[in-house]
Design a protein around this ligand. Structure first.
Ligand code: TTP
Length: 217
């Protein structure tokens, strides 16, 4: 628990519904009088980074061999900046994805697909390994929105983020398998069957967390 805050991370495949749950839990916790800091994935930075407003997310999807490493460095940097901002007095930190997801899921996916060189992969792996051990990066509780790859891909297609239009079922299956290896059956993880929309209603998940003693309000 960093600086006395209870740190909740929401994980799951692309399109699993993390952002919606994040916002819903934020609203519920605030309505219970809690002081919450909510950190959505900083996608706006990834599509418009620095003075040149570079869209690294697009570049990474169009040419992962050339931009996979750069994109992951940008994703790591922006996540560290978010997590280390000073928010005095906040009781709960609600974060979309942890830094560990970048190591266990996205770096592993680039490595498996041979879209990153061995040298670059080792640099990133050591960087993420080191950063993931720092207090601010360690969640007290992880909520895993577990979707089937078909459902996740369906939601991605419906949402139609332009950068993601080339994503295939093979890509999503790989990300699904890496999430499963990392999170399914690990301690301190609440696994939610997120294929069914009623299961990812924030109120349902909030009540489940209370019932299972995962949070105390
Ligand atoms: P997600 O973090 O999955 O955000 P989302 O808005 O898709 O989540 P949800 O639908 O569940 O609300 O990823 C945003 C994009 O960034 C997605 O295309 C995957 C990509 N990404 C990487 O390629 N590498 C990374 O390390 C991270 C964190 C994301």
């Amino acid at each position: 628990m960093a600086a006395g805050r209870f740190h909740i991370a929401i994980e799951g495949n692309i399109g699993s519904g993390k952002s919606t749950l994040l916002q819903g839990l934020d609203t519920i916790l605030k309505s219970k009088g809690k002081s919450v800091v909510m950190l959505p994935e900083p996608v706006y930075e990834w599509i418009s980074f620095g003075s040149q407003k570079v869209n690294y997310l697009r570049k990474m999807y169009l040419n992962p061999e050339a931009f996979g490493m750069k994109f992951q460095v940008v994703a790591t940097l922006t996540k560290i900046e978010q997590l280390t901002q000073n928010c005095p007095g906040s009781e709960i930190l609600l974060v979309e994805r942890s830094l560990a997801a970048q190591k266990h899921v996205f770096l592993s996916a680039l490595t498996e697909a041979k879209q990153i060189s061995l040298e670059d992969g080792e640099i990133l792996d050591r960087l993420l390994e080191a950063v993931c051990q720092i207090d601010f990066a360690i969640p007290d509780l992880t909520i895993y929105l577990r979707t089937s790859p078909e459902v996740a891909l369906g939601r991605i297609k419906t949402r139609a983020r332009p950068e993601e239009e080339g994503l295939t079922l093979t890509d999503i299956c790989r990300l699904h398998r890496l999430h499963e290896l990392w999170l399914f059956q690990s301690p301190r993880v609440l696994v939610v069957d997120a294929d069914r929309l009623e299961n990812i209603r924030p109120q349902t998940i909030f009540e489940d967390l209370l019932k299972k003693g995962k949070i105390h309000i």
